[in-house]
Design a protein around this ligand. Structure first.
Ligand code: GRF
Length: 208
């Protein structure tokens, strides 16, 4: 990837797609001026994100794992499409599946994920409910690079939000969601400007 041309981005999602939409709209509005969302890949049939992406003029493909003989074959099919579209980087945005070696090796250090907790606290499903059940007073969002383990790779950016005694999973999720969008946009902007350098588990932000 040249830092002169826009970062050609594929977004992987499984459901509602609010993060995908935030990224696409930020690119359209010029807020993410160096990111071009080229493709949405969805692993579920009839997920809302597919129609929402198409309505924004972004190609969206349903690629459903059960139509393939193995995870390798499934990811191999995705990889073909990513290569055809000259994709530079991948943003996981509510993609409810572990990424395997086929994609990780092809896009080493070029796959990001957003998670609705301050990792390494509360990985996996229902992070907001886990935070409430544990009784923490502060939680947040984490954008990180993706490795083979769940919610595990080097941390790019974290933002915190308070947890109130009356919070439910629903109210806390609503408070976190706009922060997720903001954190993802900031992180992708930095990636697209070549500002992120990974050293072991640490991600260093370079100044322009
Ligand atoms: C978000 O909370 C994201 O952090 C998590 O799954 C949810 C997806 O929401 N991984 P959306 O599909 O982006 O609206």
């Amino acid at each position: 990837m040249s830092t002169d041309s826009p970062l050609r981005l594929a977004i992987f999602a499984s459901g509602r797609g609010s993060n995908a939409m935030a990224i696409i709209r930020a690119a359209r509005s010029g807020r993410l001026s160096r990111v071009e969302p080229v493709l949405v890949v969805c692993d579920k049939s009839e997920a809302p994100v597919v129609g929402r992406a198409r309505a924004e003029g972004v190609e969206a493909r349903e690629i459903v794992p059960r139509n393939f003989s193995s995870k390798e074959a499934y990811e191999g099919a995705i990889l073909e499409i990513l290569k055809e579209r000259s994709i530079d980087a991948v943003a996981l945005a509510g993609y409810m599946r572990l990424v395997g070696p086929v994609l990780i090796e092809a896009f080493s250090d070029r796959i990001m994920n957003i998670h609705p907790s301050l990792l390494p606290s509360f990985p996996g499903l229902h992070a907001q409910r886990q935070a409430i059940d544990y009784g923490v007073r502060v939680t947040g969002v984490t954008v990180h690079f993706v490795d083979l383990l769940m919610d595990h790779g080097p941390v790019i950016l974290q933002k915190s939000v308070p947890v109130f005694p009356e919070d439910t999973e629903e109210t806390l999720s609503q408070r976190l969601l706009p922060i997720e969008h903001e954190a993802y946009i900031e992180s992708l902007d930095a990636l697209s400007r070549g500002r992120l350098r990974i050293e072991g588990r640490r991600v260093l932000w370079q100044q322009d």
